[in-house]
Design a protein around this ligand. Structure first.
Ligand SMILES: *Cc1c(COP(=O)(O)O)cnc(C)c1O
Length: 383
């Protein structure tokens, strides 16, 4: 089907065409949703289509979204999962007891908490590095006989720390470790970690990839098919964290507009960041697109065409002042999550556990694709 894959089309063309599907029986240009959980065998007891036997192994509805994702990330293969956390867990399930991993101190809270509990139970050692400083990855590895992988999330959620992926890859590889990047926040539209030396990319496809806050899904993309990848695929088949056929279909449909949504949201985010940066009631704005951001130079080097749709800002006057701003917004909705077409705001301190390093006056904005003037007017009246 995908005659163009060798030609390296631009991302916008790739997602709009979504693997060039033409239905061979009807000529339909959008794929059907295959709901069947099982597949017939012929009279010689062979599966009619070699690829399909049972719904936990695979589903033809996944394949197109997986191909598009692999292509977008410039990886060899991709696999869909039932959620971002299921995709991330599948990566950790490849580790044996006694393994050692290096994680950032500041990252998406769900991954931080789940890995702490799981790794403790599975006898996997974790060392933490100082998120914005790739050099500190070396220090986190010094006491380990061997490190299995290094984890990066950049820009990190919600502190917006930027980590140098290429440098982290050098450090990880020199120690024989693999580099895994959670690319949920920037998406491959703005950052392609596999081209910068990463070995695996994970996604919460629930966020910008789907983009409409109506699908829970995840993905892992590999630079190359190897033993680790076979383990991840076996884990998905065996433990069964596959998305439903409807979710996979909706995800592909959402991804067809990924580039326009991501570009518009990033342009809105840049303008909101500039507006907030000049506002007297705002103490600081955390957005790597601002030249004042400590990670701006690295972000400029490793991100292309924009800096993503996520930003955080600190309000003068503490937690109460921040919550007050959130409550006064009319267009922007208070809710968790990110990457949807609608702008959301969240007081992360209220939802993270007490040991969080997120400041209590911080608000995280997940910028959508609304008219920029409406967004700025709303923030202006609330501040
Ligand atoms: C949301 C999120 C996840 C978890 O994904 P789910 O689809 O909610 O399971 C992982 N990493 C990051 C950076 C996220 O924002």
């Amino acid at each position: 089907m995908s005659s163009y894959t060798q030609k390296k089309l631009a991302a916008a063309t790739l997602v709009a065409k979504a693997d060039d599907y033409i239905d061979t029986t009807t000529g339909g240009i959008t794929p059907p949703i295959i709901t069947s959980t099982t597949y017939a065998r012929d009279n010689r007891y062979r599966p009619i289509d070699d690829a399909h036997v049972y719904g936990r192994d695979d589903n033809p509805t996944f394949v197109q979204a997986e191909r598009v994702l692999a292509e977008l990330e410039q990886g060899e293969e991709a696999l869909l999962f039932s959620s971002g956390m299921a995709a991330i867990a599948a990566v950790f399930y490849t580790l044996n007891s006694g393994a050692h991993v290096v994680l950032p101190k500041s990252m998406y809270w769900g991954v931080f908490t789940w890995t702490r509990t799981y790794c403790d139970r599975a006898d996997i050692a974790i060392s933490y590095y100082d998120t914005p400083d790739a050099e500190s990855i070396s220090q986190a590895m010094v006491n380990a006989a061997r490190t299995d992988f290094v984890w990066i999330e950049t820009p990190s959620n919600p502190m917006m720390h930027v980590t140098d992926i290429a440098r982290a890859a050098q450090i990880a590889h020199a120690a024989g470790a693999a580099l895994v990047v959670d690319n949920t926040t920037p998406t491959p539209v703005f950052t392609q970690p596999l081209l910068l030396g990463a070995d695996l990319v994970v996604h919460s496809a629930t966020k910008t990839l789907n983009g409409h806050s109506d699908v829970l899904a995840g993905a892992v993309v590999t630079k190359e098919v190897n033993e680790r990848w076979e383990k991840i695929a076996a884990e998905r088949r065996g433990a069964g964290a596959v998305p439903g056929a409807f979710e996979a279909w909706l995800l592909l449909r959402g991804m067809r507009t990924l580039c326009v949504r991501a570009e518009r949201a990033a342009s809105n985010a840049m303008q909101v960041a500039q507006f907030l940066d000049e506002h007297e009631r705002v103490e600081s704005v955390l957005y790597p697109g601002l030249s004042s951001h400590p990670g701006h130079a690295i972000a400029k080097r490793q991100m292309h065409d924009g800096f993503g749709s996520l930003l955080s800002f600190q309000v003068m006057g503490g937690a109460k002042a921040a919550l007050d701003v959130a409550s006064k917004l009319n267009i922007i909705v208070s809710a968790t999550s990110l990457g949807g077409v609608e702008t959301l705001i969240e007081h992360r301190y209220s939802v993270e556990p007490p040991e969080t390093c997120v400041p209590e006056n911080l608000l995280r904005l997940a910028i959508g694709i609304e008219d920029i003037h409406d967004l700025i007017d709303d923030l202006n009246q609330a501040l």
